[in-house]
Write a protein that binds this ligand. Structure first.
Ligand SMILES: Cc1cc2nc3c(=O)[nH]c(=O)nc-3n(C[C@H](O)[C@H](O)[C@H](O)COP(=O)(O)O)c2cc1C
Length: 199
């Protein structure tokens, strides 16, 4: 059986810890092509203490691999339109954006491929591949909701970081695992992040 291959993007919304949890789980058994938007580097640093700022692509890739404990990770900067993920001829099993800022959501909804995250999402949609977004903002405006509805209607999975309580979380770690697990569920990726209701 060949390894599944996903694109994984982190954009500049609060909560990159959720994306990092998904990334770590995903890269245990899948090839993952990572894009991190310019704004999210400083948010990752400020919210988690993980500092990937100031490195070139190879440097960031090395650090992400060390973080996730996986050599199955490849990294591209958000301006690298020559990267494989910028083209539909590079085959993938789908793409995640977690968290997804309202700016990136708008770009994807309008087909405005300003950075590599939006370009890769645009390609994923045009090739008919699965796309999972974890949009983070509160409250959502009508513009945000319309963008989500537009994408949902063409099959994009919208999985905002909404807390569940039925699994009785004991702390923030459990909450993050739950949300990260729901993001992976939306792509049909096996994970061990939470116990399922009734199992
Ligand atoms: C600390 C911090 C937290 C932010 N949180 C959010 C957020 O939760 N949702 C959002 O849509 N934008 C948020 N923003 C604003 C985005 O980072 C900004 O709109 C940026 O242009 C997004 O670009 P990107 O999607 O390319 O990363 C935040 C910015 C900062 C500095």
């Amino acid at each position: 059986m060949s390894l599944k291959r996903f694109i994984f993007a982190i954009t500049g919304a609060t909560g990159p810890i959720v994306g990092l949890r998904v990334l770590r789980e995903l890269s245990r058994a899948c090839e993952v092509h990572v894009i991190i938007s310019a704004t999210s580097f400083s948010i990752i640093r400020d919210e988690t203490g993980i500092d990937w700022t100031g490195d070139d692509e190879a440097g960031v890739q090395e650090k992400i691999r060390a973080f996730a404990g996986s050599d199955l990770i490849h990294y591209y900067g958000d301006r690298n339109f020559h990267s494989p993920v910028a083209s539909g001829s590079f085959r993938t099993d789908g793409m995640f954006v977690a968290p997804c800022s309202m700016k990136t959501l708008a770009g994807i909804a309008c087909g405005y491929a300003n950075g590599l995250v939006e370009r890769a999402a645009d390609v994923t949609i045009k090739e008919g591949r699965p796309l999972v977004l974890c949009p983070r903002e509160t409250p959502f405006s009508a513009i945000h909701l319309e963008n989500m509805l537009k994408l949902s209607r063409i099959g994009v999975k919208i999985v905002p970081p909404v807390i569940g309580f039925y699994h009785r979380p004991e702390g923030l770690d459990d909450v993050i695992d739950f949300i990260a697990g729901k993001v992976l569920d939306a792509m049909g990726v096996e994970h061990r992040l939470f116990r399922r209701w009734g199992e």
